[in-house]
Design a protein around this ligand. Structure first.
Ligand SMILES: *[C@@H]1O[C@H](CO)[C@@H](O)[C@H](O)[C@H]1NC(C)=O
Ligand SMILES: *[C@@H]1O[C@H](CO)[C@@H](O)[C@H](O)[C@H]1NC(C)=O
Ligand SMILES: *[C@@H]1O[C@H](CO)[C@@H](O)[C@H](O)[C@H]1NC(C)=O
Ligand SMILES: *[C@@H]1O[C@H](CO)[C@@H](O)[C@H](O)[C@H]1NC(C)=O
Ligand SMILES: *[C@@H]1O[C@H](CO)[C@@H](O)[C@H](O)[C@H]1NC(C)=O
Ligand SMILES: *[C@@H]1O[C@H](CO)[C@@H](O)[C@H](O)[C@H]1NC(C)=O
Ligand SMILES: *[C@@H]1O[C@H](CO)[C@@H](O)[C@H](O)[C@H]1NC(C)=O
Ligand SMILES: *[C@@H]1O[C@H](CO)[C@@H](O)[C@H](O)[C@H]1NC(C)=O
Ligand SMILES: *[C@@H]1O[C@H](CO)[C@@H](O)[C@H](O)[C@H]1NC(C)=O
Length: 673
């Protein structure tokens, strides 16, 4: 019989070693609040007869007074928040006094009578409106019903709509996201790099944390999803079979979208190690698989995006399953879901046209872009990645036969894709076989997923810069729009092409804009916007000219968070839970970077410095005992590991065991990447 105490000890000490990010200067850039109850930090605007409004910007401060109907106070919470409002009504001179609350993410829509739209888009912002706290207000603490909570906002406008006067105090928001976590600032991972010479030398670190906080606002209770209503809003929908789930946005859609998770999942892993929300969301999607075709839905409830409609999101679900397995090492889960995974691969394989050797995308719905059907680049690049990921899992499960079939299919797909879709003149791939358009998404995915040669990766990386404008990279496949989901793919592509400096340029340009523009919440990341920085994203492609409808906290925009960790810090896991890992920093002109993440095996940390002349490189690596990895050094030179000279294989590779190690190179010829 097993000794339970002994088992518990093993679990506590080695398998699940307590591991969290150390504290340090990077904590200053963590946007998460220190308490789950947050208070306004300032008064944004007042109108009418208002006295002592500033008291409301002091936690549990004295009262403010609204002394005539029509007066209002717009409060600023200082950053994106989401949850349940409470406030104390102190006294009123009239029994008929009633109050409305209006919410918005962007300051552009601060308005006493309207909230930014979250339920449905409409050109004149006519949907969400306000919630009313009817007379009689009574006295004492009022708490918002959970279903009327706003999942994402920065500004709250309180208006006295009836009655002569009202004094109120103690306006606060009880945060509902990350319901399973007490300390919202207790991140499992971190990233820190200063960027000398830049106007804001902490910008890259801020961007990493902004992605992390965006993801937090997207992890919600499974019974607090959006129900779409024609008037007002309702956030008491059941959107998952277990709680919490990771959704696309804090304000909206509050719905599970597996494509978005292609970026949000890895971000949740490196910053939070919050794999439970990913697993719950994948379980929801897999529970909706069409048993006869193997098709997976493009979203969870309560949006109707059934199996068959989107080949790309179908593929992202399978990639998400691989990512979850890789990050968690949850063998039971992959075993349980393996038949469904195989059926999901078969669903895509059945769409391959035997003549062309390419997948014919008949479910052309995607992230909001135009086109996407037929022999499209993006679904083919995603299918390629599915085959490689699937082969990895199959091999780990001892199914070498399936792995070999999928690897063979992947090799022919890669050839077909490169033959049929490459535009040698442009140095970019076409979107499909009947267009001359070069999409941002598919080109980025082809490079990111290694669906083309190293040569072409370099050319695509360069070619994509042709879409850059002052506020970021425009997506030709959704003209005039900047889509940070596709932008997140592009960031990964530049790094994979070995063009780290270009990747950082795009991050500084596009994510720097999102984080600092005064039309955003300046803390979490926008779903999309247009080439001139307006919020009219998808104005004529589904969002009906409603600039207020876009989400300002969208996990699919968090690409720099996992990318900075994987490529600048250089740290990634190559076998489940990090049993094997890789450290391959691309220093990109930075003098130093440090950070790390947690897996169920424990803490993985990296800290490196590069001499000013780009010659002497030093790196500390920590990994749990029992793991092993490889470090790929960014410069040539004489290498020592823990003080002892080692001979370095071609490609500057050094083998490492778990534990703490210091690797140094003596000055030699600088290497660009
Ligand atoms: C807003 O537009 C809708 C049509 O989209 C119209 O029915 C409604 O009357 C308009 N509301 C206002 C307040 O203009
Ligand atoms: C202020 O509101 C918070 C959150 O609802 C509550 O915990 C606290 O007790 C209130 N304080 C006072 C003085 O009412
Ligand atoms: C909100 O949606 C839930 C779930 O569909 C429903 O039970 C509830 O009645 C709705 N609330 C309102 C106020 O309509
Ligand atoms: C091919 O690509 C173009 C450009 O993106 C697009 O307009 C067209 O709809 C695509 N074809 C199909 C079948 O989706
Ligand atoms: C893809 O399949 C659809 C439906 O069978 C067909 O109409 C279309 O011609 C095919 N596209 C290509 C490029 O073969
Ligand atoms: C990319 O694919 C080629 C084979 O097509 C392989 O040799 C190479 O190692 C792959 N590169 C990466 C980074 O996986
Ligand atoms: C943003 O800044 C611009 C330029 O300073 C200014 O004109 C505009 O009013 C500001 N917008 C907001 C919402 O603060
Ligand atoms: C910015 O672009 C939007 C969408 O294309 C357009 O409606 C708006 O007029 C433009 N604004 C300016 C200032 O050019
Ligand atoms: C590596 O660790 C040693 C010992 O803690 C420290 O002195 C050194 O500065 C570290 N190097 C880097 C690059 O972090």
């Amino acid at each position: 019989m097993m000794n339970l105490t002994y088992l518990t000890l093993i679990c506590a000490s080695s398998l699940r070693a307590a591991a969290s990010a150390p504290s340090g200067p990077w904590d200053d850039f963590n946007y998460a609040p220190s308490s789950r109850t947050v208070y306004p930090t300032s008064v944004y605007e007042i109108s009418g007869d208002v006295v002592n409004a500033d008291n409301l910007a002091i936690p549990e401060g004295d009262s403010a007074r609204l002394s005539s109907a029509g007066s209002w106070i717009a409060l600023d919470f200082g950053r994106e928040v989401g949850g349940i409002i409470s406030m104390k009504f102190d006294s009123t001179t009239s029994d008929d006094a009633s109050v409305t609350l209006a919410f918005t993410e962007s300051p552009l829509f601060v308005n006493p009578a309207l909230s930014d739209d979250s339920s449905i888009s409409a050109p004149n912002m006519s949907v969400d409106g306000v919630i009313t706290i009817p007379a009689p207000l009574g006295s004492g603490l009022w708490t918002q019903p959970t279903g009327t909570q706003r999942g994402g906002f920065r500004y709250l406008t309180i208006s006295l709509v009836e009655g002569d006067s009202l004094t109120l105090s103690n306006v606060s928001c009880s945060i509902t996201f990350m319901p399973h976590v007490d300390d919202l600032r207790g991140y499992k991972g971190y990233f820190y790099a200063t960027d000398p010479g830049m106007e804001d030398e902490d910008l890259l670190t801020k961007i990493w944390y902004s992605g992390a906080y965006t993801i937090q606002t997207n992890i919600i209770a499974a019974n607090e999803g959006r129900v779409q209503v024609r008037q007002g809003w309702n956030n008491s929908g059941t959107i998952g079979i277990a709680s919490p789930v990771i959704v696309d946005g804090g304000k909206r859609d509050r719905t599970v979208w597996p494509g978005d998770m292609g970026i949000a999942g890895p971000a949740a892993f490196v910053a939070l190690d919050d794999l439970v929300s990913i697993r719950n969301s994948l379980d929801e999607i897999f529970s909706l698989q069409d048993a006869s075709t193997g098709g997976l839905p493009c979203s969870g409830p309560l949006i109707s995006c059934a199996a068959g409609r989107s080949d790309t999101y179908h593929a992202w679900s399978l990639i998400g399953a691989y990512n979850y397995w890789l990050h968690s090492g949850d063998t039971d889960w992959i075993d349980t879901n393996w038949e469904q995974f195989v059926a999901g691969v078969a669903y895509l394989t059945a769409k391959v046209d035997t003549g062309a050797g390419l997948l014919n995308a008949t479910g052309s719905k995607d992230w909001g872009r135009l086109g996407g059907g037929g022999f499209s680049l993006s679904p083919n690049a995603l299918y390629y990645k599915v085959l490689l990921n699937g082969a990895d899992i199959a091999n780990a499960l001892g199914d070498a036969n399936t792995a070999n079939i999928w690897l063979t299919n992947a090799a022919s797909l890669k050839t077909a894709l490169n033959d049929a879709l490459w535009d040698e003149d442009a140095g970019l791939f076409f979107d499909n076989t009947t267009t001359t358009l070069h999409p941002q998404d598919g080109n980025s995915l082809a490079v990111w997923f290694n669906a083309t040669s190293d040569d072409r990766k370099k050319r695509v990386s360069e070619g994509l810069t042709g879409n850059w404008v002052d506020v970021g990279a425009v997506a030709p496949e959704l003209p005039d729009n900047v889509a940070p989901f596709a932008g997140s793919m592009e960031v990964h592509a530049h790094f994979e092409a070995g063009e780290a400096e270009r990747a950082l340029d795009l991050i500084r340009l596009q994510w720097g804009w999102m984080l600092t523009t005064n039309v955003s919440v300046q803390s979490t990341l926008l779903e999309g916007y247009t080439s001139n920085g307006s919020l009219l994203y998808r104005a004529d492609a589904g969002y009906t000219d409603d600039a207020s409808y876009i989400s300002h906290a969208h996990g699919w925009s968090a690409g720099p968070t996992p990318a900075l960790t994987a490529y600048v810090l250089g740290l990634s896991v190559t076998e489940p839970a990090g049993r094997a890992f890789r450290v391959q920093p691309q220093t990109a002109g930075l003098p130093a970077a440090e950070g790390g993440f947690e897996t169920p095996l424990g803490w993985f940390g990296v800290s490196w410095t590069m001499d000013e002349d780009g010659a002497g490189f030093e790196m500390n690596v920590t990994a749990p005992q029992g793991t092993n990895g490889v470090a790929v050094l960014p410069v040539d030179g004489e290498v020592t590991v823990d003080g002892a000279a080692v001979s370095v294989a071609d490609g500057r590779e050094v083998e490492l065991e778990g534990g703490a190690h210091t690797i140094k190179t003596a000055p030699a010829t600088p290497y660009r990447h």
